[in-house]
Design a protein around this ligand. Structure first.
Ligand SMILES: C[S@@+](CC[C@H](N)C(=O)[O-])C[C@H]1O[C@@H](n2cnc3c(N)ncnc32)[C@H](O)[C@@H]1O
Length: 229
């Protein structure tokens, strides 16, 4: 079974990646220019400072943007969730549900399960639900609306995989929220892990994780960790 190459999931993903590319083109071009002119690190510092001041306000500005994972990273998410036989997945930052669809497709092919997503922007929650329905995966996903620091406090059971893809400065507090539920051997995937406190924690094996920079979409500074402790 591979829902990724099966209608309607395959068609929903094809269409969403096209729409995402068009919606986010300007942002992506700005990012490429920053990498080229050497100002990317300053841009990262600016984002972290803006998040610290008001992360809700910052993400409101991006409510029309997908900010989604690439098709390659999405395939990797699917493969990880299949390889651990995931039944319960938690996602911090669902946006328009592109990563959610890859992960929920793995749940479908694992024989069922639950993905608990989180999204602070109401309009994105509504669009996510529509996209998940179009992908034929709505029955496997609960997107919790609001601040993940509140909505992910109780995830109701052991977690097989955690994706961190929301406000960068909240990766560590969200990880700590989920940690008591996180199964030994569970992968923790952090998209664009740029916050120093999170990196210091996840890269220190004394905290119960082994981690590596993930050589996929390398400009995005992705981290792959496994809970080993
Ligand atoms: C990079 S996007 C997620 C992309 C998504 N994982 C995908 O691949 O399609 C980050 C999302 O996190 C949301 N977000 C930011 N802070 C949040 C918070 N504290 N709680 C819930 N969602 C949050 C933003 O509104 C934004 O839509």
């Amino acid at each position: 079974m591979n829902a990724l190459i099966t209608f309607p999931t395959s068609e929903a993903l094809r269409r969403l990646h096209l729409v995402a590319e068009a919606s986010d083109r300007e942002l992506m071009e700005r990012k490429s220019r920053a990498i080229a002119d050497g100002s990317a690190d300053r841009a990262i510092a600016d984002v972290l400072a803006a998040e610290e001041a008001d992360y809700r306000g910052l993400y409101q500005r991006y409510q029309a943007n997908f900010l989604s994972v690439s098709p390659v990273y999405g395939r990797f998410l699917y493969m990880m969730a299949r390889s651990v036989g995931a039944k319960r997945i938690v996602e911090f930052g669902s946006s328009m549900a592109v990563s959610t669809i890859y992960l929920a497709a793995a749940l479908r092919d694992n024989g069922g399960g639950l993905l608990i997503g989180s999204e602070i922007e109401t309009s994105k929650v509504l669009r996510s639900q529509f996209h998940l329905g179009a992908a034929g995966l709505g029955d496997l996903v609960e997107i919790r609306e609001g601040d993940a620091l509140e909505t992910l406090k109780d995830v109701g059971g052991e977690v097989d995989l955690l994706l961190l893809d929301g406000a960068f400065s909240l990766y560590l507090p969200v990880l700590k929220l989920i940690e008591p539920w996180l199964k030994p051997g569970a992968p923790v995937l952090a998209e664009k892990a740029i916050c120093p406190d999170f990196l210091a924690y996840i890269n220190n094996p004394a905290n119960g994780y082994l981690s590596l920079p993930l050589p996929i979409d390398t400009g995005r500074r992705n981290i792959f960790a496994v809970r080993v402790g």
